[in-house]
Design a protein around this ligand. Structure first.
Ligand code: FPP
Ligand code: MG
Length: 344
């Protein structure tokens, strides 16, 4: 499978990520180089599988949110501590995706075989542990207790979110409230923590740090809703993963929850959808297409998109109210809009 970058039409120049990251280009390069160093191991497979995951690329949204938050505050920039924390959050993210792909039985991510598909489940779980341990080591080496406290809180939330999600798998009665609880923990809490660390390390006052954390929470919710929309609507060549994966895993996400709720109780199709959620193995390609059409017909995509738009608006207003104007604040605002408009 080709990657999103390879699929960008010739002559369109920088990707949206590259544009909002241009203000922190040097900082992101420093983090990339630190990541290259940090994944090194004398144990060849640990290094090889970590390298496989790192080379798959990714948006580096979490380090970017951390660095932009720090820069936007306009105070101190303790570079070494900020780079180490940024690399550490990316290591946590890499670890969580490796584990997530094992749990989901996913075969491709970012247009490449997942670690589990390429190397097997057992060693992938262990390399996920390795990367998580590396992130703790890196954060501890820099010796900032607040950062370690936020890292720990974020990792607990990530794990709780995934546990909650798996207990809801196969449950067609999953509510919007439960959905928001899951994504609040597994995605938004993490991005919020990155913004909080950035603000703290740059020496911002508590109200500004809190506003950055709130911005990150809303951005994170919008980002995950967009991810869940892409699962139904994205082009697999661009997203790098197959369509309707959530449905095939018996996972109810916002577009489906909203549409399913509107299906009349008497609808025979509602009974069928309920059956597929409980037993996704029974879902054929044609069935998946029918669910996609039903979501459109019952306004599920529209509801989810509107929820994400409202969250991005909220995030941008929070920034404007609490952070002084600067190119970095503009980049943070662009990051929020990008999370919604992205195609992968
Ligand atoms: C992707 O979600 C996964 C996450 C946002 C979090 C994964 C977290 C864990 C597996 C808990 C373990 C944590 C650590 C730190 C090792 P998704 O499946 O909705 O998105 P996808 O389509 O990208 O797979
Ligand atoms: Mg997944």
């Amino acid at each position: 499978m080709t990657t999103a970058a390879q699929n960008r039409p010739a002559g369109t120049g920088a990707s949206p990520e590259e544009r909002f990251l241009s203000t922190v280009h040097e900082e992101m390069a420093a983090v990339a180089s630190l990541l290259d160093d940090e994944i090194r191991s004398e144990v060849r497979s640990a290094y090889e599988i970590s390298g496989h995951t790192l080379r798959a690329g990714g948006k580096r949204l979490r380090p970017a949110a951390l660095i932009l938050s720090a820069r936007s505050v306009g105070r101190d920039f303790p570079a070494q501590m900020i780079y180490a924390s940024s690399a550490a959050v990316e290591l946590i993210h890499m670890a969580s995706l490796i584990h997530d792909d094992v749990v989901d039985g996913a075969e491709s991510r970012r247009g490449r075989p997942t670690a589990n598909a390429a190397f097997g489940n057992q060693i992938s779980v262990l390399v996920g542990d390795y990367l998580l341990a590396k992130s703790i080591y890196l954060a501890a080496r820099e010796g900032h207790m607040d950062v370690i406290r936020i890292f720990s809180k974020v990792t607990v939330g990530l794990s709780e979110g995934e546990v909650l999600q798996i207990t809801m798998r196969g449950n067609p009665d999953t509510t919007e409230q439960t959905y928001f609880d899951i994504i609040g923990r597994k995605t938004a809490g993490f991005i919020s923590g990155c913004c909080e660390i950035g603000g703290l390390l740059a020496g911002a006052d508590r109200p500004v740090v809190d506003a950055l954390a709130e911005y990150g929470q809303n951005l994170g919710l919008a980002f995950q809703i967009a991810d869940d929309l892409l699962d139904f609507q994205g082009d697999p060549v661009v997203t790098g993963k197959p369509r309707c994966s959530d449905l095939r895993e018996g996972k109810m996400t916002l577009p489906l929850i909203a549409a399913y709720r509107r299906l009349p109780a008497s609808s025979a199709f509602k009974v069928r959808v309920s059956g597929w959620i409980q037993n996704p193995d029974a879902l054929s390609e044609t069935d998946a297409e029918a669910v996609r059409r039903m979501i459109e017909e019952y306004g599920g995509y529209e509801t989810a998109r509107q929820a994400a738009v409202d969250l991005v608006d909220k995030a941008r207003h929070q920034l404007e109210a609490s952070v002084p104007p600067s190119p970095y604040r503009d980049s943070l605002a662009a990051l929020a809009s990008y999370s919604l408009g992205r195609d992968h």
